[in-house]
Design a binder for this molecule. Structure first.
Ligand SMILES: CC(C)(COP(=O)(O)OP(=O)(O)OC[C@H]1O[C@@H](n2cnc3c(N)ncnc32)[C@H](O)[C@@H]1OP(=O)(O)O)[C@@H](O)C(=O)NCCC(=O)NCCS
Length: 254
């Protein structure tokens, strides 16, 4: 486990206390059984329309459950019902929570990632963040030759074949996390932002080559040590301490 990641034993109140400089990461698996229409009741009309577009039904059920899970978790921080949360979308569609009134405290920042039946939600106060998780699969070398920087590609050729897929997923999730933190998505970073292939010390600082105004921007990137062979990374605008709430802890609130 990375030195900057702690596993708290939360009590119900402590779960929602989010001190400045901390990121809570919620990790859970969604069920695959058919959707009960009641499960859609906490979602808004936009989410209903998105849910309708998913095929097959398994993917719809998993996506709906990722959003009901996200709403339940965020409702704990906001002190409101899951159905009352109003999501706004910023540049490139990145979701955020709006301040309900001028004198209300800033709502938390959050970012969601899915991979198959796994979901991860990162929540923090007053900092920008992006998270990515991936279930690994065998990677054809033609993929990393296409999507990495020249330095990363050269490094990849020096690794033993068994080390290449782990290196690829470390690198990919870091680029995705940066692309989600700055809302630009992964593609702009693939061949321009060096994120490296080897495990990072906690809170490593990576210069993202491009931001929306063309200025190089530093992001603090942390590799996440996750169960079930998942790869994950988080990028934040400040150095952070990460608290991972995994699996059975989410049963406390759903
Ligand atoms: C959305 C995106 C950033 C991440 O997608 P991904 O890796 O396939 O999926 P993940 O599961 O990790 O993340 C998806 C979640 O990220 C959030 N998200 C959506 N847009 C986002 C953005 N621009 N930045 C950060 N997070 C975003 C949403 O919560 C989304 O969940 P939802 O689909 O259930 O609503 C990716 O699709 C992408 O790179 N898109 C291009 C961004 C873009 O629009 N660029 C400009 C083109 S005009």
């Amino acid at each position: 486990m990375d030195a900057s990641i702690t596993n708290p034993a939360p009590t119900s109140n402590a779960l929602w206390q989010l001190a400045p400089g901390y990121v809570h990461i919620w990790l859970w698996q969604v069920a695959s059984h058919p959707l009960d229409p009641k499960e859609l009741t906490t979602l808004d009309s936009r989410e209903h329309r998105r849910a309708e577009r998913f095929r097959p039904a398994l993917h719809r059920a998993q996506w709906v459950r990722s959003h009901t899970g996200m709403r339940h978790i965020l409702s704990g921080y906001l002190g409101c019902a899951p159905a009352d949360i109003v999501f706004r979308r910023g540049s490139n569609g990145k979701p955020f929570l709006e301040k309900p009134s001028n004198d209300a405290p800033n709502p938390p920042h959050f970012n969601l990632s899915h991979s198959h039946d796994w979901c991860a939600l990162a929540v923090a106060r007053d900092l920008d963040l992006g998270i990515d998780i991936q279930i690994p699969h065998p990677v054809n070398p033609s993929l990393w030759r296409r999507v990495l920087t020249s330095v990363e590609k050269t490094h990849m050729t020096t690794l033993s074949p068994n080390d290449r897929d782990p290196a690829f997923f470390r690198c990919w999730t870091r680029k995705e996390a940066i692309g989600k933190a700055d809302s630009q998505g992964v593609y702009i970073h693939l061949k321009r932002t060096e994120t490296g292939l080897l495990p990072l010390p906690g809170n490593s600082s990576i210069i993202a080559a491009i931001n929306a105004s063309g200025t190089p921007t530093p992001w603090h990137v942390t590799d996440l040590n996750l169960p079930a062979s998942l790869y994950g990374a988080i990028a934040t605008s400040e150095p952070v301490t990460i608290q991972l709430h995994a699996l059975e802890q989410i049963d406390l609130i759903l």
